[in-house]
Design a protein around this ligand. Structure first.
Ligand SMILES: Cc1cc2nc3c(=O)[nH]c(=O)nc-3n(C[C@H](O)[C@H](O)[C@H](O)COP(=O)(O)OP(=O)(O)OC[C@H]3O[C@@H](n4cnc5c(N)ncnc54)[C@H](O)[C@@H]3O)c2cc1C
Length: 421
């Protein structure tokens, strides 16, 4: 089977790993970046807590010992399903079976002005760019002491109170508390405000009410100004405006308020559901297609309990990949369609961290909600276990230990010119 996988994120990578060295499979894994990106820790890269290389894994190294996997670095531009062909920026690629695992990108909800000025965080490069911007703004602020325009450089606005927004707000608040005043002693950090905007009444609304309430308490404890039930309607690079006409001067708006599926051209519009996701059946096969599948964030599967599709989280992507690997293997072994599995999501829980010793964990089956140090320890342990590679795991652990005891990190480096940030 000539199997082509687009995207080496959680879903695509898992699928390729499950089918590596399996007889009968000739696999091509295509990604526009040459590494797997561990998105859950982007916020630590953005706030200079972790080095980008600790959470990025070169694809070619991952598949050193795989005889049936070819890696191709490039972007898929178009899917021509009727011809079993992909158009990419490195040429055409043919397949027997195709798996679309292209994940999701930031959704600015067609607000071109916000898209032009706010910063997203959906790739390692964007996380690094955010780091440079945070640091560069304080450098600029030192030049502007005594001037009114300093205000915008000190304020940070984060839009979206989901896990990404909460984790970023907490991490920036900790930077302010423990690090920034030492790096920039001339600046008055009592004038630095960190705002978190959320359109609903609560942060982490998808978690249990207790966890959600805890997250707000923790953020307030760290000095984050919470603006719930508030929508950001415009941002021109200098001034953010909310639906209550409140205006905030800021040079940094981080947009974590929504995502939309990444779909290359060629997928019929009738197959695209809300959130720009591709409609698939219970076996992740694109509706009415014989040879194209979609998994992970880009897949939209309606099942009992998930009428609007599954949550766009890593375990859904990896569990879909596990199921699809088994089905493709059974197909290749000609074990009969009756033996094909249907997807059932096993939700093992959700979690988010707000700061040192402050996290929330939901265990769905028992409806238990944990907070504080114990939740933080669980969060750290599980994230550590999910990181690829023993070396990376050790580095991240060492970094966290160092950070924990010294309240500092020495990664606040700017590798870009100001005009390019
Ligand atoms: C900041 C952040 C924090 C998160 N935290 C958590 C968390 O704590 N826990 C959790 O479970 N989930 C978390 N998530 C969500 C989780 O990362 C996603 O659900 C998961 O990555 C989805 O996996 P995927 O395989 O569908 O897509 P992805 O992992 O996004 O991978 C998609 C891949 O496709 C590639 N690609 C896209 N388009 C093309 C193209 N046209 N051609 C070639 N390659 C292409 C991309 O480069 C990428 O490598 C977080 C996400 C973000 C952004």
């Amino acid at each position: 089977m000539k199997l082509v996988i687009i995207g080496a994120g959680f879903g695509g990578l898992q699928l390729a790993r499950k089918l590596r060295n399996k007889a009968g499979f000739d696999i091509t894994l295509i990604d526009k970046v040459n590494h797997h990106q561990f998105q859950p820790l982007f916020y630590q890269v953005a706030t200079a807590g972790l080095d980008a290389s600790n959470i990025s894994f070169p694809l070619r190294k991952i598949f050193h010992k795989s005889k049936n996997i070819k890696i191709r670095l490039g972007e898929v531009k178009q899917i021509l399903a009727a011809e079993n062909k992909l158009v990419t920026d490195f040429g055409d690629v043919y397949f027997d079976k195709l798996v679309i695992a292209t994940g999701a990108d930031t959704n600015f909800f067609n607000n071109t002005q916000i898209a032009a000025h706010a910063l997203p965080m959906k790739s390692t490069i964007e996380a690094l760019n955010l780091r440079y911007k945070i640091l560069q703004n304080f450098e600029k602020a030192t030049e502007l002491q005594g001037s009114e325009s300093i205000e915008g450089y000190l304020n940070v606005c984060i839009v979206g109170g989901g896990a990404t927004g909460v984790e970023l707000s907490g991490a920036i608040a900790e930077m302010k508390k423990f690090v920034l005043h030492k790096d920039f002693p001339e600046l008055d950090f009592s004038k630095m405000n960190i705002y978190l905007f959320e359109g609903t009444a609560k942060t982490l609304e998808m978690m249990q009410p207790k966890s959600s309430d805890r997250s707000m308490k923790y953020l307030q404890k760290l000095g984050v100004t919470l603006k719930t039930n508030t929508k950001v309607i415009s941002y021109n690079g200098d001034k953010l405006v909310t639906n209550f006409n409140e205006e905030i001067k800021t040079k940094l708006v981080i947009w974590a308020a929504g995502i939309k599926g990444n779909i290359p051209e060629g997928i019929d519009a009738t197959l695209i559901a809300r959130g720009n996701r591709i409609k698939v059946d219970r076996q992740c096969k694109v509706i009415d297609s014989a040879s194209v599948y979609a998994i992970g964030d880009v897949a939209y599967m309606q099942t009992l309990g998930y009428a609007n599709g599954h949550p766009q989280v890593a375990p859904v992507a990896t569990q879909m990949a596990d199921m699809l690997a088994k089905n493709l293997y059974r197909e290749e072994m000609k074990s009969g369609a009756a033996n094909f599995l249907e997807f059932v999501y096993h939700d093992k829980g959700s979690m988010a961290t707000v700061g040192r010793n402050l996290a929330v964990v939901d265990l769905p089956k028992s409806k238990i909600s944990l907070g504080g140090f114990i939740a933080w320890a669980i969060w750290m342990f599980l994230h550590l276990m999910l990181i690829l590679g023993v070396k990376n795991r050790l580095f991240v652990f060492a970094n966290w230990l160092y950070n924990y005891f010294t309240y500092d990190q020495s990664l606040r480096l700017i590798f870009k010119k100001e005009r390019d940030i």
